[in-house]
Design a protein around this ligand. Structure first.
Ligand SMILES: [Zn+2]
Length: 259
């Protein structure tokens, strides 16, 4: 582990373009349950007898917003209870030191922003849980925590329309702006890509790793277990993000000359 860690630290110290790809494993270290997309939190069927993919879908939000919101509220409640951890903070600090360092996250908890990752170099490919917005008049609403204490679905103060979070529900499209930003940055290329706490099941999560390697960059995976991507990376750092990322940061000095 030490040799591998040092190799990655050296690459980080030299790199001008770095991409962190983060998934549920990173937020699991904050105490959030891991889930694949939005759904694995519930392991298949809900207590309402429907698959989670059906209740957390755009169609259900239109047809039965109270039912969809019952499960959105569980996600929201879990996210509000936890906070960013040392892994999020280490990534934000590396972004501060490396102007070409980006984050692509599948997490909807908003913890990268909360940890200080600049919004201009953060791609939240599955959206975020807050702030909510009104589906009728588009007004934003910052009161997620308060709404979760009232009857669901939450309603707009201005017009009474049903509020929703800007997340990607099942059967919904990925946000075009996020996709455009991701591919624009991929065209510029990265020297180093680090896949952190993700099982790498989505093509838009795997592709940046493979493209970086094809162009001669270093591909790193930080994960306690094996994933679909493990055989495709140059270096595996076996451990949780919370364990590995602060150690990695410890090897990088302020001006990025390795100790
Ligand atoms: Zn409204």
């Amino acid at each position: 582990m030490e040799a591998a860690l040092y190799r990655v630290a050296q690459a980080l110290a030299r790199a001008e373009r770095v991409l962190f790809i983060t998934g549920a494993g990173l937020s699991a270290d904050s105490g959030l349950p891991t889930y694949r997309g939005l759904g694995g939190l519930y392991n298949g069927r809900t207590e309402d007898g429907l698959p989670i993919e059906a209740v957390l879908s755009g169609a259900m939000l239109r047809r039965d917003p109270a039912l969809c919101w019952k499960y959105l509220a569980e996600l929201g409640g879990a996210c509000l209870q936890a906070v960013p951890n040392a892994g999020h903070l280490a990534i934000a600090e590396l972004q501060r030191r490396i102007p070409g360092c980006w984050v692509l996250t599948q997490n909807i908890d908003g913890y990268h922003r909360a940890a200080g990752s600049p919004a201009g170099r953060l791609i939240e490919i599955h959206g975020v849980l807050a702030p909510l917005f009104c589906q009728s008049c588009a007004a934003e609403d910052e009161e997620l925590a308060a709404h979760l204490q009232r009857s669901l679905p939450p309603r707009c103060n201005a017009c009474g329309g049903v509020l929703r979070p800007p997340v990607v529900l099942f059967e919904e499209m990925l946000p075009q702006e996020a996709i455009d930003t991701l591919y624009a940055e991929l065209r510029k290329g990265f020297d180093l890509v680090l896949s952190v706490g993700t099982s790498s099941t989505f093509p838009y999560i795997v592709e940046p790793v493979l493209r970086t390697r094809e162009r001669g960059g270093l591909a790193v995976e930080i994960n306690p277990g094996l994933t679909a991507l493990s055989a495709e990376v140059d270096v595996r750092l076996v451990g949780t993000a919370l364990d590995v990322l602060p150690k990695l940061l410890g090897h990088i000095s302020n001006d990025r000359i390795c100790k």
